[in-house]
Design a protein around this ligand. Structure first.
Ligand SMILES: Cc1ncc(COP(=O)(O)OP(=O)(O)O)c(N)n1
Ligand SMILES: Cc1nc(C(=O)O)sc1CCOP(=O)(O)O
Ligand SMILES: [Mg+2]
Length: 224
């Protein structure tokens, strides 16, 4: 585990951009999610209507909110935006800038997350200097175009049991409070969600319930 990322920081990872918030203010949604107990945040402005300068403007507000509450602020895909926003890290997928290049650009301190589906990809991410893995899609999702067929919690299990001790993982894709248990029992440190929080009537209560579920399952696993 890297020094700057404890396993409990991955417990409830909220991923969001303005495109996920419909007619609600993303700053308000994040404030509510923080009040509900999210432990990490990713700014994922994707296929959105915002210009680059609007993206930077919004990103700064979200970053300041995270900083005030000691929540790591991660930028999706874009190392340039992460640098401008002085983010705590970047999350990249298999079709983004390779993690090894991201690490070279950012140096040793920032958090780097990599999306993986297989032990082979997980091994490569570890060699590249990643800090955590996002494994998905766990279940079907409407929040990501071309997410592909769900791989399910068994993908986490396969990575968890690989020969080298894997990096800490979060499951992502279609996760809500009723199916989160299987993801954590499979070996994930936590869950990453968009719509379970952004589409909820109360993002605060949704985050609270997800966090409670994640903590309860971990406590039960520890007790065994
Ligand atoms: C925590 C986490 N895990 C996986 C992803 C997906 O990343 P990627 O495959 O690059 O897809 P996009 O999010 O860029 O559409 C993620 N963002 N976060
Ligand atoms: C951003 C993202 N990545 C995925 C992957 O499979 O790598 S699924 C996904 C969308 C997650 O949104 P929701 O919680 O609303 O399903
Ligand atoms: Mg990506």
């Amino acid at each position: 585990m890297p020094n700057h990322l404890s396993s409990s920081t991955l417990r409830l990872y909220f991923v969001m951009g303005s495109q996920d918030c419909k007619n609600r203010d993303p700053v308000w949604v994040l404030k509510e999610a923080i009040a509900g107990g999210i432990t990490m945040f990713q700014f994922r402005e994707k296929n959105s209507a915002l210009t680059l300068s609007q993206t930077v403007f919004l990103g700064k507000k979200l970053r300041d909110l995270c900083a005030k509450h000691h929540i790591p602020f991660i930028v999706n895909d874009r190392v340039d935006l992460a640098m401008v926003l002085k983010a705590d890290g970047v999350h990249v997928g298999q079709e983004d800038l390779p993690a090894v290049q991201v690490r070279r650009l950012l140096g040793s301190d920032p958090i780097i997350g990599v999306s993986c589906k297989t032990p082979e990809e997980a091994d490569k991410a570890m060699q590249a200097g990643a800090d955590y893995l996002g494994v998905g899609a766990m279940y079907s999702t409407r929040s990501k175009q071309n997410a592909g067929s769900p791989v399910g919690p068994s993908a986490i299990q396969r990575i968890y049991h690989m020969e080298n001790k894997p990096l800490p993982m979060v499951g992502i894709g279609g996760i809500h409070h009723q199916n989160a248990e299987a993801v954590i029992r499979a070996g994930a440190e936590g869950i990453a969600v968009i719509s379970a929080i952004t589409n909820a009537p109360s993002p605060r209560h949704a985050a609270m319930r997800l966090r409670e579920t994640a903590e309860r399952i971990h406590a039960e696993k520890k007790a065994i």
